[in-house]
Design a binder for this molecule. Sequence first.
Ligand code: 5RP
Length: 220
Amino acid sequence: MDEQAAKRKVALAALEFIGHCGVIGVGTGTTVACFIEALSGLKHRLDGAVASSDDTARRLGEIGIRVLDLNAVGPLAVYVDGADESTRHGQLVKGGGGALTREKIIAAASKRFVCMIHRAKLVDVLGDFGLPIEVIPMARSHVARETRKRGGDPVWRKDYITDNGNYILDVRGLDIVDPSALETELNQIAGVVTVGLFAHRRADTLLVGGESGVETITIT
Ligand code: 5RP
């Protein structure tokens, strides 16, 4: 099965979680793009969706799903998104698509976080992908130096501005043996907007796609 077919399969599996729940949260990325495509057939079940990026808002709008402000709809029943890496415990690295801040906000404001990944993204220890960190532009060098002190090798994602007007540093080489502790620590660095570690608010359900179909992992 090619990568695109695996994404479609896992996206179809995610549809089972939207129920008749009014308003859902929708993440960002190529797997989410498949999910939005699949969602068009069920849009009558939704009152609308909260989007984690301008790109997702555009895609939702194109299939006729109303895009709502999170402030207007309060806690959501379900948030569906992808990830760049995941452990079997639902701890994630996200932000490859640069939408980590809004993704983290919507995940925090949702009762259930359903995360769709390919089997190749399932890892024992996070970090091979690198860790995206959104930073306030004037803090770019400061945050880079702070990550170097912790063994990281930060690379500025040049020519890329987030939907919030900020920069992204992709940091490789960090030792992510305790994702929650590192998330807390990096969050303390002045100028960090969001760390792409989703360990405190991790996924509740992982849908893992691959050759042999979709495995559902429920995190308790
Ligand atoms: C965007 C993300 C995405 O969920 C992540 O990059 C995975 O994307 P894709 O489904 O394209 O592999 O965190 O900020």
